[in-house]
Design a protein around this ligand. Sequence first.
Ligand code: SAH
Length: 213
Amino acid sequence: MTTDETPGRSSRVALVRLLEARGLTDPRVLAAMGAVPREEFVDADLADVAYADSPLPIGGGQTISQPHVVALMAEAAGPGPDDRVLEVGTGSGYGAAVLAQLAAEVHTVEWDEALATAARERLSRLGYGNVEVRTGDGREGWPERAPFHAVVVTAAAEELPQALCSQLAVGGRLVAPVGGQHDDQSLLRVRRVADDEYVREDLGGVRFVPLRG
Ligand code: SAH
């Protein structure tokens, strides 16, 4: 066994090929997807399917997002190496780990205390020293850490939470699913182009669990 034959490596190579085939092009995002060991973010009995391009249960009725969606959101939010990122909905911590490969700092807020604690321990064990996890209502953002160059929301709200837009740096990008509980959600990207000017784009239909609270 050579040194790069770490567990899951060949599955990650296959996942990256699949993401390329599905239209993902950003080389930094593809490298991040190829680096994060997704099997570490699911229960041991799901390790076999950890690299399938599908959401998986993580307990409490929540899911770890499908890799394609994680990559799409990272590409749309476009965090640079010096950027500070806010994630709403830590879940397993997988999305935060992908963002942590791309940005300088990731601050992530999770509603469910048990999920937040598990994600914090897992990210620390895997060496993600640039991720900070907090329990709370992510609709309020994280004012003490703002402004953010990128904001990624991983649960759907009927309306875009205003606090999240106001915590964007000028030039920053927010990516969030917006819409009802069923199949009428759209992935929105909001760019803050000036202090009081935001540009909204619809990136297409998606399906996320609802934002709680
Ligand atoms: N990014 C996660 C996906 C999590 S699914 C991953 O990679 O595993 C969405 C998560 O958002 C769930 O864990 C859910 O508990 C959390 N969530 C829902 N409403 C929230 C809120 N108001 N504030 C913070 N987190 C919330």
